[in-house]
Design a protein around this ligand. Structure first.
Ligand SMILES: Cc1cc2nc3c(=O)[nH]c(=O)nc-3n(C[C@H](O)[C@H](O)[C@H](O)COP(=O)(O)OP(=O)(O)OC[C@H]3O[C@@H](n4cnc5c(N)ncnc54)[C@H](O)[C@@H]3O)c2cc1C
Length: 485
C-alpha cells in the first residue's frame, strides 16, 4: 500500500473561499493540496453559448436533493474548477459597516469581527480581483433619470465589478458574463484571479476530479482532523484541513464526521452545523420599454432605497436576445424578440434573517441517502415582508418611469447565494467557527467558504467570502509557521 500524500494544508473546494485560501497559503510557502470535485471548464466557447448554459443547463449539477416536503429537486450548483465564481455576475461589493452588527428585528446575528477587522482584506481582494467601475450606459441612465423624477427614494451608485476594462471591446463576452464563464479571461473569477498566477508554484498541487468523501481524525483524538478520504478511496493527510466546498456541501462533510465519531455531544457547536442557512430572497424583474435598449454591459449601477434597508437592486447583465428566449413559450417568437429588444432585466435581493430550522441536512437512511434543504420563508417574516414591498414598489416605480414590469421569484433551486450553514460567531453553541475560521471545539479544521457568513447582507456575497478567506488563511499560515510540523 502506498503511503498517503502529505501536505501542510488540504483545501476542499476551489471556489471563492478555496481559491483565495490557496493563494495566501501557497504564496506563504506552505505545501498546499487544493482538492476540487469538478474539472476545469472547456475553453471551446460552449460556456458562452446560451442554449447550452441557460436552456440545457449543461454545466449545472444534477445532484438530487430533497426539499422540506420530501420532493426531489436539483439545486443549481456548479462543480468545476473555480466553483460558482466562474459563472457569477462579478458584482463585487463590500458589506456595509452596520451589517457586521446584530439586527434583532430582522433576525440577523452579528459577526464575531468588525468591519474594520475585515477592511484590509476587502482592499486586498479588490486589488487581486482588479475591481473597477464602468460608466453608466445610455438606456440605464435614462431609466435612472426617470426614476429620480417619479420615484425619488431610489439612490444609485456605481457597481464595483470584477471585469476587465477591455471587455467592452468584446461584445460576445460583454453580453455574456452574468451566468456565463469567460473564455478570454475577462472576468476576475476565483481561478483567473487566484489560481492562474500560482501555476508555476511547486508547493501548490491542484487536483481536479478529486471529490472529498470524508474527513479523517487523529488516532488518539477524534476532535483533531488529520486528513481526508477521496471518493476513489485515496487518503491525503495534512496539518490543517480547510473546508471550502460551499455552503451546501461543507456542512455535510462535518455532520457526517461528527455522527460517525459520536461527537455530537462532545463538540459544542455540533447542533449548529448546517443550520441558519441563508439564500437571499431573490426576484428577477424585466421592464419593457417603448424604445429599444442597446446597453452593452448593463450591470453598472446599484440601486438602494432608504425605505427598504435590507434590500438592493442591480441590473441583470442579460442582453435582449437572451431575455427574449426566457419569455413564456406561448408568445410567438417574433413578438418575444421584439419585447426582448426593448427589455431591461433587474435582480432584486433582500437579506434573509438566520433561523435555526432553515438548514442543510446530510443524507440518511430515512431519506434514501439524499441530502435535504429545509428552508421556509415563513420562518423569517420580516425579510419576507420587506421583499414583498421591494418587488411591489420597484415594479410600480418602473411603471411610473415608463417600463411595464414582470417579475419572477427565484425558487429553492436558485442556490447562487447560499450561505451561513457553518456560521461564524463567538458563542460555540450557536455558531460553528470562531473569528479565525476554526471550528469551535475542534483542532486543525477551518472553514473559508460562504458557509461562515453570519449575515447575508443586502448585497452579493463573494467579495466578503474572498476577504474572509484571505484573513483566515493569513492567520493559519502564521500559526503553521510557528508550530512544529
Ligand atoms: C449565476 C450566478 C451569479 C452570481 N453572481 C454573483 C455576483 O454578481 N456577485 C457575487 O458576489 N456573487 C455572485 N454569485 C455567488 C457566488 O458565485 C458565490 O457566493 C460564491 O462562489 C460562493 O463561494 P464558495 O467558496 O462558498 O463556494 P463555491 O464557489 O460554490 O465553491 C465550492 C467548490 O467546492 C467544490 N466541492 C463541493 N463539494 C466538494 C467535495 N466533496 N470535494 C471537493 N470539492 C467539492 C465545488 O465543485 C466548488 O467548486 C453568483 C452565483 C451564480 C451561480
Amino acid at each position: 500500500m502506498t503511503a498517503p500524500e502529505s501536505y501542510d494544508v488540504i483545501i476542499v473546494g476551489s471556489g471563492a473561499g478555496g481559491a483565495a485560501a490557496a493563494f495566501r497559503l501557497a504564496r506563504d510557502g506552505l505545501r498546499v493540496a487544493l482538492l476540487e470535485k469538478g474539472q476545469p471548464l472547456p475553453q471551446d466557447g460552449s460556456t458562452l453559448d446560451f442554449n447550452q448554459v441557460v436552456h440545457e443547463g449543461v454545466f449545472k449539477s444534477r445532484e438530487p436533493w430533497l426539499d422540506r416536503n420530501g420532493r426531489r429537486f436539483a439545486p443549481e450548483e456548479h462543480f468545476n474548477l473555480g466553483g460558482k465564481t466562474k459563472w457569477y455576475g462579478a458584482a463585487l461589493l463590500r458589506y456595509g459597516r452596520h451589517e457586521f452588527e446584530a439586527d434583532a428585528a430582522h433576525q440577523c446575528p452579528g459577526w464575531p469581527i468588525s468591519y474594520e477587522e475585515l477592511e484590509p482584506y476587502y482592499e486586498q481582494a479588490e486589488k487581486l480581483l482588479d475591481v473597477r467601475q464602468f460608466d453608466s450606459e445610455a438606456d440605464l441612465e435614462r431609466i435612472e433619470r426617470r426614476l429620480a423624477r417619479c420615484a425619488p427614494p431610489w439612490e444609485t451608485n456605481a457597481l464595483p465589478m470584477g471585469l476587465a476594462a477591455s471587455i467592452v471591446a468584446n461584445p460576445l463576452e460583454a453580453r455574456h458574463f452574468d451566468g456565463f464563464a469567460s473564455v478570454a479571461r475577462l472576468k476576475a473569477d476565483a481561478e483567473t484571479a487566484f489560481l492562474a498566477p500560482l501555476r508555476e508554484l511547486a508547493n501548490l498541487t491542484v487536483q481536479t476530479g478529486a471529490a472529498v468523501r470524508e474527513l479523517i481524525g487523529a488516532a488518539t483524538d477524534a476532535t483533531t482532523i488529520r486528513g481526508v478520504v477521496l471518493e476513489d478511496g485515496r487518503e491525503l493527510h495534512a496539518r490543517a484541513i480547510v473546508l471550502a466546498a460551499g455552503a451546501l456541501h461543507s456542512p455535510r462533510l462535518l455532520q457526517r464526521y461528527l455522527d460517525a465519531h459520536r461527537l455530537n455531544t462532545v463538540v459544542p457547536c455540533a447542533n449548529a452545523v448546517g443550520r441558519n442557512l441563508k439564500y437571499h430572497l431573490l426576484t428577477a424583474v424585466v421592464g419593457i420599454s417603448t424604445t429599444s435598449m442597446t446597453d452593452l454591459i448593463r450591470k453598472t449601477r446599484l440601486l438602494t432605497n432608504p425605505k427598504l434597508p435590507h434590500s438592493s437592486v442591480q441590473p441583470l447583465g442579460f442582453d435582449g436576445e437572451l431575455i427574449s428566449t426566457l419569455m413564456p413559450d406561448f408568445l410567438p417568437r417574433p413578438l418575444a424578440r421584439l419585447l426582448g429588444n426593448r427589455a431591461y432585466g433587474f435582480f432584486l435581493q433582500t437579506e434573509d434573517g438566520a433561523h435555526a430550522e432553515n438548514r442543510v441536512i446530510a443524507g440518511s437512511d430515512a431519506t434514501q441517502g439524499l441530502p435535504v434543504i429545509d428552508y421556509d420563508v415563513a420562518r423569517i417574516p420580516a425579510a419576507a415582508a420587506e421583499h414583498r414591498r421591494l418587488v411591489r414598489s420597484f415594479k410600480l416605480d418602473l411603471l411610473r418611469a415608463g417600463l411595464l414590469a414582470f417579475s419572477e421569484r427565484v425558487g429553492l433551486a436558485g442556490t447562487a447565494h447560499v450561505s451561513g450553514t457553518l456560521s461564524a460567531g463567538s458563542d460555540p453553541t450557536r455558531s460553528v467557527v470562531d473569528s479565525r475560521g476554526q471550528v469551535h471545539g475542534m483542532k486543525s479544521l477551518y472553514v473559508v467558504d460562504g458557509s461562515i457568513l453570519p449575515r447575508s447582507s443586502r448585497v452579493n456575497p463573494s467579495l466578503t467570502i474572498f476577504a474572509w478567506s484571505l484573513r483566515a488563511a493569513e492567520r493559519l499560515a502564521a500559526d503553521l509557521r510557528t508550530s512544529p510540523s
